[in-house]
Design a protein around this ligand. Structure first.
Ligand SMILES: Cc1cc2nc3c(=O)[nH]c(=O)nc-3n(C[C@H](O)[C@H](O)[C@H](O)COP(=O)(O)OP(=O)(O)OC[C@H]3O[C@@H](n4cnc5c(N)ncnc54)[C@H](O)[C@@H]3O)c2cc1C
Length: 504
């Protein structure tokens, strides 16, 4: 049954007004009966802020706003912090874990590294066991022997054949990236903005790559999944200018230790299991209407920082409505889907052959990876083997329904013929089917950064927007964190302006 609960201290005048608005939303079918009321403002003049989402952007915004002396509450739909930074432990044997969301951080992530140091978290290196790299391309299982490079099964020029995948990346991508790709403030500069009009494949072709070289990169590189669909500007800034500019690393014990440590500092102020559904504002303040089980709860505040992913925000009811350009941007920005399928294996059987457990393939399972990424493993120790499918390959897997896990195992068998002797029961995780993400991350198509990015991060009165999709460093932890820091600064500026007006 619906209950009524008061979240903040109650103020009778606001309560009555609130109850009326709540009744309107209930009548409109937006909220369940029993609207809950949150009201009141700090007596000390500091702002009361409600942050929607306890992912990296929301936690960063909350941390910065608390540090500035504001009273912050976070409304989070899940029962955990971290959003798309999520480490799986439960289904695995003791000590094993696997990342479900963000794979790695980079030494170039300035905000993430600052928080890691402030919170006293331990970093772990990305393990690079000395094993022969493994591929499955065009129907062939390829073991790379560095002293005797293979015949790559693509139509390559003589030069490209000699270069191999890494050399091709160097020759057609890295050598041609404009200066300034590591400076996020410069994305509107001319040479950079031109990159928003093309894909990575087009960029490579423009620099002389053959169709075979483009296909080789698409199949063998982690950034190759969106080679034909994503804006080259996003790849240039996020993949090469940011992530690739540093050394990859992990958080020891699991990447979710970072959001969990941030959340610990917000103890009691994160309202888990509260799903925001409507945002309204007027001259007196702003309100987030949320659903908590069968209850409806309203959080009242001075400013809102909304960090929910764009596909989720599409379903929010804004009053007053968002400007047209912002609605168009939220509706239009492209997201990629991801399906990851996990199997615990009793031992690192690939060591017997001296090949890597990890493999890049052009099979429907795309990448095979070994987790935890920080463990080199051995022939005798257990590990998690996963298939990581990014983008367009996700839906065909999902369409397999109950047969998905066995199908994936059958495909992994082409890469690792012994896998069935060692794998336990598998399971999959689909970010596009997660109601609080509705996709893995934003992957703007050519033209979408110029068209949508300014509007995605634009404040709408008392409502501020953050999240990886509002950052030029899209699809990264760092982009999400920096967007949270930016939104917090916006709130501080708005409060200073308000304060200045009041003191006149
Ligand atoms: C498979 C995968 C691999 C990745 N790999 C990397 C990588 O290697 N390196 C890297 O840097 N980044 C990587 N990323 C990207 C990185 O994880 C994200 O960019 C970042 O975590 C996004 O943070 P965010 O705060 O913007 O969004 P989120 O993490 O999605 O946070 C938003 C929060 O809002 C909550 N929410 C949603 N709807 C509501 C609602 N209605 N009411 C209340 N709360 C709501 C969500 O539950 C969530 O907690 C990867 C992501 C995925 C999915």
């Amino acid at each position: 049954m619906a209950r009524q609960r008061i979240v903040f201290e109650r103020d009778r005048r606001r309560f009555l007004k609130q109850a009326t608005i709540g009744a309107g939303l209930v009548a409109g079918g937006l909220l369940l009966p029993g609207t809950l009321v949150a009201s009141g403002r700090n007596g000390n003049g500091q702002a009361r802020i409600v942050v929607i989402g306890a992912g990296m952007a929301g936690l960063a915004a909350a941390r910065e706003l608390e540090a500035a002396g504001h009273r912050v509450d976070i409304v989070e739909a899940r029962d955990r912090p971290g959003g798309r930074v999520h480490t799986l432990r439960d289904p695995f044997s003791d000590g094993l874990h696997a990342e479900a969301g963000a794979v790695a951080l980079s030494s170039s992530y300035t905000v993430a590294n600052r928080y890691i140091d402030e919170l006293g978290l331990e970093r772990a290196d990305w393990a690079m066991p000395e094993l022969k790299p493994l591929f499955h391309l065009r129907g062939e299982r390829i073991v790379l022997d560095p002293s005797n490079p293979p015949e790559w099964p693509f139509e390559l020029t003589e030069e490209e054949r000699k270069l191999g995948p890494q050399g091709v990346v160097e020759r057609y991508i890295l050598e041609h990236l404009p200066e300034g790709i590591s400076d996020e403030t410069r994305w509107r500069d001319d040479p950079m903005l031109a990159l928003d009009q093309m894909t990575l494949a087009e960029f490579m072709r423009e620099n002389g790559a053959s169709a075979g070289a483009v296909a080789l990169v698409g199949a063998t590189q982690w950034f190759g999944a969106f080679i034909d669909s994503g804006s080259m500007l996003a790849s240039a800034m996020s993949s090469f200018g940011l992530f690739g500019a540093g050394a990859p690393f992990l958080i020891a014990g699991g990447n979710d230790r970072l959001p969990r440590a941030l959340a610990e500092h917000m103890q009691g102020k994160i309202h888990y299991g509260h799903e925001a559904m409507a945002i309204e504002q007027d001259e007196s303040g702003a309100r987030v209407h949320a659903r908590h089980g069968d209850d409806a709860v309203t959080f009242e505040c001075d400013h809102i920082v909304c960090t929910a992913p764009a596909p989720v925000v599409r379903g929010f009811d804004f009053s007053p409505a968002l400007p047209r350009a912002q609605r168009t941007a939220i509706e239009g920005i492209d997201y990629a889907d991801t399906v990851r399928t996990y199997f615990e294996v009793d031992r690192g059987f690939w060591y017997d052959e001296g090949v890597a457990g990890t493999a890049m393939t052009d099979l429907p399972i795309e990448e095979v990876a070994v987790q935890p990424y920080s463990r080199a493993g051995s022939a005798d120790t257990s590990a998690v083997l996963e298939s990581h499918v990014r983008g367009g390959g996700s839906q065909p897997l999902i369409d397999r329904g109950d047969g998905l896990v066995d199908y994936v195992l059958g495909q992994i068998e082409k890469v690792h013929p012994q896998v069935r002797d060692h794998a336990g029961e598998g399971f999959h995780l689909h970010w596009g089917g997660d109601p609080h993400a509705l996709g893995a991350y934003s992957v703007p198509a050519p033209g979408q950064i110029s068209r949508y990015l300014p509007a995605l991060g634009q404040a709408h009165g008392r409502v501020h927007f953050a999240g990886e999709h509002t950052s030029i460093l899209s699809a990264t932890i760092e982009g999400a964190l920096r967007s949270g820091v930016r939104a917090a600064a916006e709130v501080n500026q708005a409060m200073s302006r308000q304060h200045a007006r009041a003191s006149w």
